[in-house]
Design a protein around this ligand. Structure first.
Ligand code: SAH
Length: 221
């Protein structure tokens, strides 16, 4: 067995993980499937070993390359938003980062596609998914502001880095009745976490929360 599975019994114990789940419930996360996916997913394996003892705190943590693994509460909130009226079959994530949000999605959704622009993060996330036996995630190294055309349309799209405006390509790659959850705004300010629902009468937009994400960087990799 991979030695990473054994880092410090205390921090990986089910009790430590359950405390995080209690915290998420206190903050208003109600969806049982989301809570269960988060209970089962070993977040300490998605950060550097030096930070593993903090993996079950409800905070974002650095993952190198000026990027962060998202805060568990925000991961839960975004996941809840796209499975509101049932579980989608096909989801695109923009901003793979550590691969943690992707792993949560993969626990719930049949086909997960994820795009990252920083090569070492892309490589590492792929390796982690393989080690964890997550076979329903496909990874791509590219600028995710363009989506991932070859597998479009998607039932849901989750963007984990903040653009100043919603990239048009992402709305286009959403299937009818699809949902897009995306933080929008400047990094220096509180960003709006938006939920867009594509209906036959047009796009319905809702603000879910105020959040703080790293910027979505557009342009070549
Ligand atoms: N979902 C991640 C969060 C990572 S932070 C997790 O659970 O760990 C956001 C990520 O978006 C970073 O890894 C960053 O490199 C990536 N990113 C920023 N701009 C991007 C773009 N245009 N296309 C793809 N990925 C991008």
């Amino acid at each position: 067995m991979n030695s990473k599975y054994h880092v410090g019994i205390g921090m990986t114990s089910q009790r430590t993980r359950d405390r995080l789940i209690t915290r998420l419930e206190e903050k208003g996360i109600r969806n049982e499937r989301v809570l269960e996916a988060m209970r089962m997913t070993p977040r300490h394996l998605f950060v550097d070993e030096a930070l593993a003892s903090r993996a079950y705190e409800d905070t974002a943590l650095p993952i190198g390359h000026k990027q962060t693994i998202s805060q568990p509460y925000v991961v839960a909130r975004m996941t809840e938003a796209i499975i509101r009226d049932g579980i989608p079959n096909k989801v695109l994530e923009v901003g793979t980062g550590s691969g943690y949000q992707g792993a949560i999605l993969a626990a719930l959704i049949k086909d997960v596609y994820t795009v990252e622009r920083v090569e070492p993060l892309y490589q590492q996330a792929r390796r982690r998914a393989m080690e964890l036996g997550l076979r329903n995630i496909r990874f791509k190294l590219s600028d995710g502001a363009w989506g991932w055309e070859s597998y479009a349309p998607y039932d849901a799209i989750v963007v984990t880095a903040a653009p100043k405006e919603i990239p048009e390509a992402l709305v286009e790659q959403l299937d009818e009745n699809g949902r897009l959850v995306i933080p929008v705004g400047r990094t220096s300010e509180v960003q709006d976490l938006l939920l867009l629902h594509k209906t036959k009468d047009g796009i319905v937009k809702e603000r879910l929360d105020g959040v703080s994400f790293v910027p979505l960087i557009q342009g070549s990799v």
